[in-house]
Design a protein around this ligand. Structure first.
Ligand code: GLY
Length: 369
């Protein structure tokens, strides 16, 4: 098994090496692959929430290979992302995804001083989104002042990191406020999580749940389940609060019970059976979260479940041809809206697939912490 993982990583690295040269030549931040080329995000230019994953993928491959090409490509994209600080208007709670994996990774892996400043800049932006009634505001629309989403659990790591970097507890306190609200309002009794909850922005009182990117209101969007699983695991890593670990374990149990026999992941665990919709990004994220849970709990069952997911991806959904620029296929951005991609190759699927492989061979630099 170890050999197969190393071989897959080696093949993936060679493919990204070829296709990253195309991205660098075009001066773009890859979002997804179409007709043998990387193309940019469908919305909001370089401020779209996924920009950091390309940089993060390059940092993982640099860690694996020590090939300076990957470091230079990560830095190139990191500079495009920090340029977005100037316009600011499209940035939202996803600055965690964007900057932990770009300047955050650069600072962690190379000690680059400016990258550390940029990481703190991003943390201040995230901190500025805290509504002290109890949540970090997700998006910027006028009708969304009270919106919080489960994905944000991943972004909280940026705040914990900023407190460690500065010795100032403010950032960590903000992260805990949001995580406690997520624990109370997003986690359901069956171990699934809601995607979007709207709060009254004046009082913090729950107003309603919204269906978000899943199949329907009250359903289980699989990527949301994976964000919750990995996000609460990271919250425990950062805060050592047992309640977050309990939540991660409940979400993990529910996710594991929905892993398909072929190891792939349905887009929503409540979706109808008459039309297949897969989101392998969810499976790749969940594999990473499960492997972290194994490290924390020493429960080998989590590794077994992660291996079922990764084996399924390797067996059925890796593209080694030049038809696609990345490797992981059958990634789906949203159940009902195909605008950001359905059953295709999307950059954050590639990122989490490689992170899972790196974890499995014991070489992950853990860019989230
Ligand atoms: N964070 C948005 C998504 O997972 O699509």
């Amino acid at each position: 098994m170890e050999n197969q993982l190393e071989e897959t990583l080696q093949k993936a690295m060679e493919k990204y090496r070829r296709t990253a040269e195309m991205a660098a030549r075009d001066g773009i931040i890859p979002y997804k692959s179409e007709h043998g080329k990387w193309i940019t995000s469908p919305y909001d230019g370089n401020s779209w929430w996924t920009g950091g994953f390309w940089s993060g993928l390059m940092w993982l491959l640099y860690t694996y290979s020590q090939d300076e090409f990957f470091r230079d490509e990560a830095v190139r994209v990191g500079e495009l992302l920090t340029a977005e600080f100037r316009s600011f208007r499209y940035l939202n709670h996803d600055v965690g995804f964007m900057y932990l994996l770009s300047c955050g990774a650069a600072n962690k892996l190379t000690g680059a001083e400016q990258a550390g400043q940029d990481t703190l800049h991003a943390a201040h932006l995230l901190m500025g989104r805290l509504n002290p009634v109890g949540f970090i505001r997700a998006w910027n629309g006028d009708s969304q002042k009270g919106f919080a989403i489960i994905d944000c659990m991943m972004n909280l790591s940026l705040l914990f990191r900023a407190s460690r970097m500065t010795g100032d507890p403010r950032f960590e306190k903000a992260a805990r406020i949001h995580a406690d609200t997520a624990l109370r309002e997003f986690l359901r009794p069956d171990g699934s999580v809601s995607h979007i909850i709207e709060f009254d922005p004046e009082t913090g009182k729950r107003v309603r749940e919204h269906p978000g990117q899943g199949y329907c209101l009250g359903s289980q969007w699989s990527r949301g389940q994976a964000w919750g699983l990995y996000g609460f695991t990271l919250a425990y890593h950062n805060a050592e609060d047992e309640r977050y670990l309990d939540a991660a374990r409940k979400i993990a149990a529910n996710f594991i019970s929905h892993i398909r026999p072929d190891g792939l992941t349905d887009c929503d665990f409540c979706q109808p059976t008459d039309e297949e919709r897969i989101d392998n990004i969810a499976g790749a994220i969940a594999a990473c979260g499960l492997l972290e849970l194994e490290t924390i709990t020493q429960d080998a069952g989590y590794r077994g479940a992660a291996l079922r997911l990764v084996d399924g991806l390797i067996a059925h959904c890796c593209d080694w041809t030049d038809e696609r620029c990345g490797v992981l296929t059958h990634c789906t951005a949203s159940y009902h809206d195909d605008g950001a991609g359905r059953h295709t190759n999307i950059v954050y699927g590639d990122y989490f697939f490689v992170e899972a492989l790196m974890k499995l061979i014991g070489k992950d630099p853990m860019l989230w912490l």
